[in-house]
Design a protein around this ligand. Structure first.
Ligand SMILES: [Zn+2]
Length: 421
């Protein structure tokens, strides 16, 4: 799908950074934590309060607010050609239990700020604009993450999503009904002309390079595996070194191989062993079995395949050399996402027009935009966050970078929606 850009729009309009910052801080008070973060998990009463505040702000701008059956919020600003496919902008407002003020909220409130700016400046757009706030992006109370955008994009069914339960056995469906935000799918916009999501980077690259804007060209694909290494549990005193089959020793080679293979495919290769279980996990027993998790990521499908092929070959070699049995089980597989060329160009032009230092970047984390990218022309805008820290109460982005990201969103939205002053 491609969309024509008009190139006709007022470039001098600029967002109000103070107004945007105030809204970010106001929303963060709902679920605010003593350490300055935010705990506003999906489908809780605090989520309800956050949704109410956002709805109030949207209505104050004259937007038509609706919810679909999984509780995704859509707030519409009419276009001159109101039957045209809308440009959709937003993110999510749910947080991790020890989340920050910016993850997700920045994208939704930057979208709101874009609309406030259009209203203040009396700018009409050819296409309608829809602000969206996706339900349960974080997935901490109800798995999986990116639930609302996942249902919207057909990654999982509505029934499946609504039947997921939290640790207390409450279903997502019941929780959604309890907060009063189960809407109707008739409320959804149809096809999107474009989807743009502004977000903090949640990584250290922009801070490292000194760039203000990341022009996000796509997202890394991932392949996850469980690897089980089986040797022989035996007494650590009575078994001589040369007669051992130590599964943990084999595991150290696997951990090293994952790291080494990822390092050969830079800059986009990632390889991580993040979880390890030892059997019997006893001080005076040689480990008989180790199960470990493997997480490989890359921006290109064929490279990801090559990485996994190399990994499997290395495991064979380790098994032969050590006499250990090694079993590998795939547990997850998501292809890389390549965003839409026109949407990426609109973001890049937005950064250039505002004179912001920028670079192309590939998202290493999952986002609603990654699912929406499968069904609509999509791109993302990243801004730096301090030390790359996110999903943490100390998450921080500067007011200047927050304003810059919103200005790029404004520019790209005007570009893609065919604005007239
Ligand atoms: Zn997020």
């Amino acid at each position: 799908m491609t969309i024509a850009t008009t190139g006709m729009f007022p470039t001098r309009a600029a967002i109000d950074g103070d107004r945007l910052w105030r809204s970010l801080m106001d929303l963060a008070e709902i679920g605010g934590t003593p350490k300055g973060g935010c705990n506003r998990q999906a489908l809780t009463d605090l989520d309800r309060q956050g949704r109410e505040l956002l709805t109030r702000w949207c209505k104050a701008e004259g937007l038509t607010v609706r919810f679909d059956a999984i509780g995704n919020l859509f707030a519409r600003r009419a276009g001159r050609n109101d039957t045209a496919d809308p440009v959709v902008i937003g993110s999510h407002i749910d947080t991790q239990p020890t989340g920050g003020k910016y993850d997700g909220c920045f994208g939704v409130l930057a979208a709101l700020e874009v609309i406030r700016t259009l209203n203040v400046n009396g700018i009409e757009t050819e296409r309608p604009i829809e602000l969206v706030s996706w339900t349960n992006e974080e997935g901490c109370r109800f798995a999986p993450c990116m639930m609302g955008s996942g249902v919207f994009a057909g990654q999982l069914t509505l029934e499946d999503a609504l039947s997921r339960t939290d640790v207390d056995g409450i279903s997502a469906g019941d929780a959604l009904k309890a907060i009063g935000y189960m809407g109707d799918d008739a409320n959804r916009p149809g096809r999107f002309a474009a989807y743009l999501e502004a977000h903090i980077e949640q990584g250290p690259i922009l801070e490292d390079t000194g760039d203000t804007i990341g022009v996000v060209t796509g997202a890394l694909g991932l392949k996850w595996f469980d690897v089980t290494i089986t040797g022989m549990a035996a007494h650590s005193g009575s078994t001589p070194m040369h007669l051992r089959r130590n599964a943990l020793l084999g595991a150290t080679q696997v951990v090293d191989a994952v790291n080494r293979i990822a390092l050969t495919y830079q800059p986009d290769g990632r390889g991580t062993v993040g979880a390890l279980q030892l059997l019997p996990n006893s001080r005076n027993v040689i480990p008989g079995q180790v199960t470990l998790s493997v997480d490989f990521r890359h921006s290109e499908s064929d490279v990801l395949e090559t990485i996994v092929g190399e990994f499997r070959k290395t495991l064979d070699t380790i098994a032969t050399e050590t006499g250990l049995a090694i079993e590998i089980t795939p547990t997850a597989d998501y292809p890389p996402q390549h965003f839409d060329t026109d949407c990426i160009a609109a973001v890049r032009q937005g950064a250039q027009a505002n004179g912001y230092a920028h670079r192309d970047i590939v998202s290493g984390a999952g986002h609603d935009a990654v699912f929406i990218g499968d069904i609509a022309p999509t791109a993302m805008i990243f801004i730096p966050c301090e030390k790359g820290i996110s999903h943490n109460e100390s998450e921080y982005a500067t007011p200047e970078d927050v304003a810059a990201g919103a200005n790029v969103l404004l520019h790209a939205t005007l570009n893609l929606s065919g604005a007239k002053a």
